[in-house]
Ligand binder design. Structure first.
Ligand code: ADP
Ligand code: TRP
Length: 332
């Protein structure tokens, strides 16, 4: 039987090139060789109290963008977390053996306490238990997560092992980080800093839905300097970032052309940015078109969500039934 890969997607913001090359492209590869579950973590998003009028739209937008980017509902199980309420029951069970002390020590929790001291709710504290429930509900084996989620994954491992120990049964597989080897790429942002991200400020990220004009504008404003002062010099960070971005979206000859121009000091950043913008536009255009198509195809989106919910529910209800039995709940 194929091993199970699972990942959750927060319904915040739109897909940008960083998400695409750093995460989605890996999911697309995985869906061919593993039994994949990808879900939109809308229960988790309640920790920040979204307005009821916004929640559904955000979830739909993320679903549309991930489908447009290449997640295939025929290959992977794509679902919305709140369509599978069994996960909440498992969350409750796991919380009974999750301790305040260990939850308070999780770095992402400590960060939230610092960033939003007025909203330190119990959902934030137990975020790792809900995440563990997401993972364990399908008895997942591998979790493709970035560095920032490693500690949450560690908690899921602890909770799985603890459950198995308490009940003296080898029930939950202990989930592991999916190891991509050297394949993880970091997409630089346009503001000269190292990472493209939606929270890094206006103009730093290029989104898959973006139109040509707005892409050109953002790229032309990317941070550069006054140019090389001697031949073959080491590129300062913002310039290296621009080259790194170009390596991701442009042809190798294009990168080589500007690299040589940099090294012999004839480079004009304006020309390089123009070329970079056109190459990004070429890459993004088909995605934007698919996003627009899918956005107006409610029937299809509904079908995808239903199909995913059904498949996820089937697996989740089996686990919950067995877990209830293990814990000692018996029906009369
Ligand atoms: P953001 O940084 O915009 O808030 P998220 O934290 O929502 O993005 O990231 C979702 C996924 O996309 C994560 O797996 C993360 O590792 C990946 N990702 C985000 N930005 C980048 C980037 N600049 N380069 C590579 N991967 C990225
Ligand atoms: N916490 C993850 C994030 O912030 C999202 C997530 C929720 C998740 N549940 C998960 C990721 C289960 C992997 C497995 O990106």
């Amino acid at each position: 039987m194929k091993e199970i890969v699972l990942s959750g997607i927060r319904p915040t913001g739109n897909l940008h090139l960083g998400n695409y090359y750093g995460a989605v492209q890996n999911f697309i590869k995985l869906q061919d060789s593993y039994n994949c579950y990808f879900f939109i973590a809308d229960y988790h998003s309640l920790t920040t109290h979204p307005h009821p009028d916004d929640l559904h739209g955000r979830v739909k937008q993320i679903l549309v963008e991930y489908l447009a980017a290449g997640l295939d509902p025929e290959k992977a199980t794509l679902y919305v977390q709140s369509d599978v309420p069994e996960v909440v029951e498992l969350y409750l069970f796991l919380n009974m053996n999750a301790y305040i002390g260990e939850l308070e020590r999780v770095t992402t929790f400590k960060e939230k306490v610092r960033k939003q001291p007025d909203n330190v709710n119990a959902g934030l504290l137990t975020y790792p238990t809900l995440m563990a429930a997401d993972i364990l509900i399908h008895k997942s084996n591998y979790i493709p997560v970035g560095k920032d989620q490693e500690q949450n994954l560690e908690k899921a491992r602890d909770f799985a092992e603890r459950f198995n120990r308490i009940y003296g049964i080898d029930y939950f597989p202990v989930p592991q980080a999916f190891n991509f080897g050297n394949e993880l790429i970091k997409v630089p942002g346009l503001d000269g800093s190292g990472k493209m991200g939606k929270s890094e400020g206006e103009g730093n990220a290029i989104f898959l839905y973006e139109d040509d004009k707005s892409i050109r504008k953002k790229v032309m404003r990317a941070v550069t300097d006054s140019g090389p002062t001697e031949p073959n010099q080491v590129k300062p960070e913002p310039i290296q970032n621009l080259f790194n971005l170009m390596k991701i979206v442009s042809k190798p000859e294009t990168v080589q052309f500007f690299d040589e121009a940099y090294n012999n000091m004839s480079i004009r950043y304006g020309d390089m940015k123009k070329q970079l913008a056109e190459d990004i536009i070429q890459m993004v255009t088909p995605f934007r078109e698919r996003i627009n198509e899918l956005s107006s195809n409610d029937e299809y989106i509904k079908k995808v969500a239903r199909m995913g919910a059904e498949k996820a529910h089937e697996s989740a209800s089996k686990t919950i039934k067995e877990v209830r039995e293990i814990i000692g709940f018996r029906s009369f």
